[in-house]
Write a protein that binds this ligand. Sequence first.
Ligand code: PBG
Length: 334
Amino acid sequence: MTENNTISTLQFDRHRRLRTSAVLRDLVRETHVSKDDLIMPVFVDATISGSQPIASMPGISRFGLDAVAAEIDEIVALGIKSVIVFGIPDHKDDTGSDAWSDNGIVQRGIRLIKSRHPELVVIADDCMCEYTSTGHCGIVRDGEVVNDESLDYITRIAVSQAKAGADIIAPSNAMDGYVAAIRAGLDAAGFVNTPIMSYAVKYASSFYGPFRDAADGAPQFGDRSGYQMDPANRLEALREAASDEREGADFLMVKPAMAFLDVVREVRNASDLPLVAYNVSGEYAMIKAAAANGWIDENRIVKETLTGIKRAGADLIITYFAKDVAARIDARTW
Ligand code: PBG
């Protein structure tokens, strides 16, 4: 007796009809991850020549100025269209001067990358924590990170990065008013067409741990909860996103991604701007560590994770997996 005959009198929906073959499942799939969605982070290090692997981020390295070209060539050959550049300077001071110097490590890195690959979209992370002796993202006075004075520096950094050839400025220092300040600074310097990708919703997260090893940017006292957001807050995320949109942001970002997919969705629903999610260092490290132990299937977990981030509403994903994903798309094993 067939299944149909046995229960033909029951009323219910047959969702499994659309799952009966791989091709049919392909046809009805709602969310896709493509190379166009991926932004690969790159660390340029003024203190080394060649490259140096980052222990807590297997597969990711810092690159000296003599070695970064080869890494970028690889990224471009894989068909990735955008990178976000972070710098490790050879000296730190109170104002993070290497961050806003025209000869700073990131400015030199950007000039090198753009001269080699003018078509690659180079995003510059605009922050101070890798460059200040305090390890904080702004200027410290009497043990406090002061907001308005820090805006002057974050704006200077943006202008010097744009001068070096950055295509997009991505401020991540979490001061209030940075989008307004940077927009005014860029416009005054003639960079009216340089977009701002704001880390609008940036949580004070423990998931940044491996990045702080990689970029040597851990705070020397206290933590960042006086300027980054409390992970418990959702309505505040909408207020942050709305402020940055009003101030003239061209892209909004939510960071981290995996523990904050509800926030990605809410910001997606509240704004029409292109939305970026940052799949941060700790999220990468957890997957790599579990996979190295044979506890999870890395390829499948990465696909499920990045698909989930897109399904939540992100248009673009900054991810340390970008090169791996592009290679798997080429090999038809994605
Ligand atoms: C700030 C910055 C950080 C990250 C990106 N930009 C560190 C922080 O806010 O402490 C973290 C990214 C990651 O964990 O992958 N310069």
